[in-house]
Design a protein around this ligand. Structure first.
Ligand SMILES: NC(=O)c1ccc[n+]([C@@H]2O[C@H](COP(=O)([O-])OP(=O)(O)OC[C@H]3O[C@@H](n4cnc5c(N)ncnc54)[C@H](OP(=O)(O)O)[C@@H]3O)[C@@H](O)[C@H]2O)c1
Length: 174
């Protein structure tokens, strides 16, 4: 039986990888699901890799379906979502940001974590499994930086999205 199911986006390197390594030192009955575009090559006990591109809708919806099916089959005692995957985007004067780059930054940094927190909260309510959400934000959510228009805006926007979700659901730890 799985005790804690920990889902970490952006687990292939950086903060997400380090977070996965810390959770993997936890209890033997915990399972870490790491999500990234790069497929996990190592076979680590208690780790399951899911390959997904979270910069578009289809990638997020596919991931949610896989997670919902896994949770239904394994009924963990607790869910933890670490919304970590993010991108800075091209650092250029704001008005020169290529539209496609801006759209990708907005989707990955704000839309995807909103879709994932909403989707997992739905599963959590339906299955009566407690959910804890950990969001990796940035000082850029509250301070402007030259050339970081998409990054600062999405970090600020998602901070508010998380606050609104928590405001309406007092049971969430975020
Ligand atoms: N590093 C800092 O100084 C710092 C400071 C403040 C906040 N943060 C925040 O901390 C978080 C992690 O930062 P980091 O520096 O560790 O980043 P990083 O080293 O660039 O790693 C980003 C992770 O996100 C994944 N990722 C990127 N695009 C993706 C996509 N389209 N779909 C799915 N996964 C994707 C990457 O995996 P793949 O490339 O394999 O997909 C990678 O695992 C971000 O939210 C960032 O804004 C970082």
């Amino acid at each position: 039986m799985i005790n804690r199911l920990i889902i970490i986006t952006g687990s292939s390197r950086g903060i997400g990888k380090a977070t996965a390594e810390i959770f993997l030192k936890g209890g033997e009955s915990d399972l870490v699901i790491g999500v990234a575009r790069t497929a996990a090559t190592e076979t680590v006990p208690n780790f399951k890799g899911i390959q997904a591109d979270l910069s578009h809708l289809e990638g997020c919806e596919n991931l949610l379906s896989q997670l919902a099916a896994f949770i239904a089959e394994n009924t963990p005692q607790k869910l933890i979502l670490v919304n970590n995957a993010g991108r800075l985007g091209e650092v250029v004067p704001s008005y020169q940001t290529p539209p496609s780059d801006l759209a990708k930054t907005i989707f990955l940094n704000m839309t995807a974590p909103m879709i994932l927190q909403n989707g997992l909260l739905t599963v959590s309510v339906e299955k009566a499994i407690p959910l804890e959400i950990v969001n990796i934000s940035s000082g850029a959510a509250k301070h402007e930086y030259y050339g970081w228009s998409g990054y600062c805006s999405t970090k600020a926007g998602f901070l508010m999205a998380a606050q609104v979700l928590k405001f309406g659901n007092k049971s969430i730890t975020s």
